[in-house]
Design a protein around this ligand. Structure first.
Ligand code: PLP
Length: 446
């Protein structure tokens, strides 16, 4: 219940009546109190009615979500993130197959230690945005390491990749430019593009023919930017970057990729989709996250040409108007990047584990979308089935989540399994066995 700024601000409506009768008495004595202890007025009545109406509208919307079987309940984890977790309400530890903890670095001892040291040396936070007094040497150091990791000129940190996507397009593109965006790009890209004034063209998912048509349509624009996820998180499918780069070069466009589901583990050194597909020097701008493979704390960034990064520091709104990344978070992420710069071993450990899961599940009769990516969507179709099967998997000690509309298209509900370098072969086999048991119970496989 929202009240205007007056003495009733923290009182329930029942209390309000007490205050009002006191208010009447007080008014007769002390005139200046008028306006503070306002009488119960028609205006206040209208405001109650507005809130009641909004509440009814919201409840109706919530009931619709429940009825459609697409309600997203949050399970409470009571341990660190990792392949084994404790979930509130479950007796023993649970195998976790739904984190973006691709490299198992979220609770890596060196990553945690680096966070502790940064906390001790630099404090909990900056109480400031970067350009006022929120830039520490550790922010500059991480930016420099990320630019080195991606082999790009410069880097700018954000509080999240959502912010990096919200802040990029508006700065880079004006009304004379065009942005060509895959129709299944992440929500944060869609929102970021909405904020910019460029001509917007959506091409069909990974369809190079349609992209070419849109490039032809936008030839009169000053600049063109092709925008795609490197890996699409719902299906684990990889963007056809060589073809995209060919078209970009043919039609004079720049290429942007969002690498949240690739940085750290795709490609021979874990640099991402551009390394995997041999186009590191043909992709111009990358946004990615520190909240998944790179330690999993939080944060995002843009890497690319120096003038772009310089301009983002001057103009990008989520950078200018939001607090600096906390030092412990920067400390953890920096150590994660250092581990990957020092060795390819962790990055390379993913593939065998991913293929073990995919092959065993396919042999058992399940349909797994995507190809060699650790995102392994077990396709089920029906939203309620995905949700009920995920609940049954939890009873068998495996934590997975059902995804349904609006996160994925209607009729394409699935359980998205994510493999981590920290899973053992036994963990993966246990997960497959649980799927076989629940899949048979619900008639998904015979
Ligand atoms: N882009 C993609 C493709 C993502 O999957 C996500 C996170 O789910 C984001 C951007 C946002 O990243 P962050 O969690 O750092 O805001």
């Amino acid at each position: 219940m929202v009240f205007t700024l007056n003495a009733r601000a923290r009182l329930t409506p029942t209390h309000t009546f007490t205050v009002m009768s006191l208010g009447k008495a007080a008014r007769s004595l002390v005139n200046p109190l008028r306006g503070v202890l306002r009488p119960f007025s028609p205006a206040l009545n209208r405001s109650y009615a507005a809130v009641a109406e909004a509440r009814a509208v919201l409840e109706n919307e919530l009931n619709g979500i429940r009825a459609a079987g697409t309600w997203k309940a949050e399970r409470i984890i009571t341990s660190k993130q990792g392949p084994q977790i404790n979930v509130d309400g479950s007796r023993s530890s649970i195998l976790n197959f739904c984190a973006n903890n691709y490299l198992g670095l979220s609770s890596h001892p060196e990553v945690v230690q680096a966070g502790i040291e940064a906390l001790q040396k630099y404090g909990a936070g900056l109480s400031s945005v970067r350009f006022i007094c929120g830039t520490q040497d550790l922010h500059k150091n991480l930016e420099q390491k990320l630019a080195e990791f991606h082999e790009r000129e410069d880097c700018i940190l954000y509080a999240s990749c959502f912010d990096a996507n919200a802040g990029l397009f508006e700065v880079l593109l004006g009304p004379d430019d065009a942005v060509l965006s895959d129709e299944l790009n992440h929500a944060s890209i869609i929102d970021g593009i909405r904020l910019c004034r460029a001509q917007r063209l959506r091409y069909k998912h990974m369809d190079l023919g349609d992209l070419e048509k849109k490039l032809q349509e936008s030839q009169s624009s000053r600049m063109r930017l092709i925008v795609t996820d490197g890996v699409f998180s719902m299906d684990g499918d990889v963007a056809p970057l060589p073809g995209i780069c060919d078209l970009a070069e043919q039609y004079g466009a720049m290429v942007f990729i969002d690498e949240c589901h690739a940085t750290g583990f795709l490609g021979s050194r874990g640099r991402g989709t551009d390394e995997l597909l041999g186009v590191m020097d043909r992709v111009h701008i990358i946004n990615s996250t520190l909240g998944k493979a790179l330690g999993g704390a939080a944060g995002g960034y843009t890497v690319g040409p120096k003038p772009l990064i310089d301009l983002l520091r001057q103009r990008s709104r989520p950078y200018l108007f939001s607090n600096s990344l906390p030092p412990p978070v920067v400390g953890c992420s920096t150590r994660a990047v250092e581990l990957l710069l020092a060795s390819n071993e962790i990055a390379q450990s993913m593939t065998a584990k991913t293929m073990r899961f995919r092959n065993k599940m396919t042999q058992a009769g399940f349909t797994i979308s995507g190809s060699a990516h650790p995102i392994c969507p077990v396709m089920l179709g029906d939203a309620r089935l995905a949700s009920v099967m995920a609940d049954d998997m939890l009873k068998l000690g495996v934590y997975v989540i059902g995804f349904s509309y609006p996160v994925v298209p209607k009729g394409k509900a699935r359980i998205r399994v994510q493999i981590s370098a920290a899973h053992t072969d036994e963990d993966i086999d246990h997960c497959v066995d649980a799927f076989i048991q629940t899949g048979r119970k619900h008639g998904v496989i015979s």
